[in-house]
Design a protein around this ligand. Sequence first.
Ligand code: NAD
Ligand code: UGA
Length: 460
Amino acid sequence: MPPLFEKRILCIGAGYVGGPTMAMIASRCPQYQVTLVDINHEKIAAWQTDELPIYEPGLLRLVQEARGRNLFFSTDIPACIREADIIFVSVNTPTKTFGEGAGKAADLQYWEKTARSILQASQHDKIIVEKSTLPVRTAKAMERILNQSGKKVRFEVLSNPEFLAEGTAVRDLENPDRVLIGSRETDSGLCARQQLVDIYANWVPREKILTSNVWSAELSKLAANAFLAQRISSINSISVLCEQTHADIVEVSRAIGMDRRIGSRFLDASVGFGGSCFKKDILNLVYICEHYGLSEIARYWQSVLLINEYQQNRFVKTMLHEMFNTVAGKRITLFGFAFKKDTGDTRESPGIWIARKLLAERAQVVVTDPQALDNARQELKDALDAVEFEPDPYRAARGAHAVAVITEWDLYRDLAWERVYDSMEKPAFVFDGRNILPHPRLYDIGFSVFPIGRPALRQF
Ligand code: NAD
Ligand code: UGA
């Protein structure tokens, strides 16, 4: 006899958000049946093996604990929709690349297709949960598609944006700062909201479960990402001034971060932020502001992206300038290609931009990364002849004129840097785009070291 479950939860979209989120719900709520579906058959097949489609610390253990017990994967989307009581939608919502709003607005085609599949397959009332990040007021469009078809099935649409960060997804889901649930403030809206609160209350303390109206929940997600990205652009803008004045950005970050009103997190100057969401969500915010005629507000948020591009550009310009204004024919090794440590995700990674700029300067680019080489090959697939991909950092650095740290993987800090130095061309350069290396020690070994926002250590 199959076990009887209290609720049947479905998630459409088995990616970086859907996979870990459903694994956490299944792990903490064995009384619910949790199913993940996706149009990508390979992904669904991979979720059923121990070679998961994404790298995320702690995720495999979580999946293994629940898989086959109350966590299931399928490509039969209509059948799973029919059975489900609550459907989370976590399909991708990239930036539109065509037509009206191209380059800014969210491309909602996957979202709308999902809404229509839900409508078509449903035979009883359901709660639909927006998990994807969406423009404010998208729930309205979802409701219109679902509830104005003349079908005698009712759908209540909730907004439950996800705040997990990649690399720490399991920890973030296990112990979130908050869970946000937006609903209509009607009887049926409040009842649906309560059902979602009850799911999270299985492991999240009640005081961390916030409820709000739908539009506040949708907008809070865009605003949270915009604020986080803004902090990085702010500290990166100060890093430029540090380099001109011999102030040290690490000392400045520490000094301002100890002010509790500012807080110490997200103040690490870097080669620029990457990832699939910050740029996309800010562009989306800018587009919405423009839609409402708020051009000053749109420009304010756009500037966060401008500083980020400036910082990435500046990194390559420094490399070029310090390496005697030419990198043509020089072997340059990028240490890391993921957009941050502890993930294999390379979407919008600064590494992409930097590799392309270096290739345009006719450098021989070598990429090494412990988790992201497959994705790196995809990102640079039009330049595979010109780029070498090498998992071993020592081999990757052999014969190089320069090493540039793009991702803050711990392993780079702990390398035998004497060995790296001995194998490189001289003079040997290190450009530390993450300020993670022991700079004085590298200088003593013989490197010329160029951090971000800290005094350069030149041998000449
Ligand atoms: P992803 O690309 O990893 O996963 C999305 C999945 O949806 C893909 O596997 C795709 O095949 C599937 N899909 C697309 N259309 C479908 C359809 N019609 N039916 C079934 N499956 C379909 O994307 P992601 O990184 O998980 O992001 C999903 C959403 O969550 C986005 O809106 C993103 O902004 C938001 N978000 C992402 C993160 C993150 O850290 N990646 C964090 C918070 C929020
Ligand atoms: C970010 C947010 O942190 C999540 O809350 C949100 O859910 C998610 O976006 C999303 O909506 O997708 P994520 O992009 O996975 O998460 O990773 P972050 O830790 O935010 O890092 C983003 C980028 O900023 C990385 O390239 C990182 O290296 C960079 N960063 C971060 C800095 O350059 N300096 C810092 O101090 C912090």
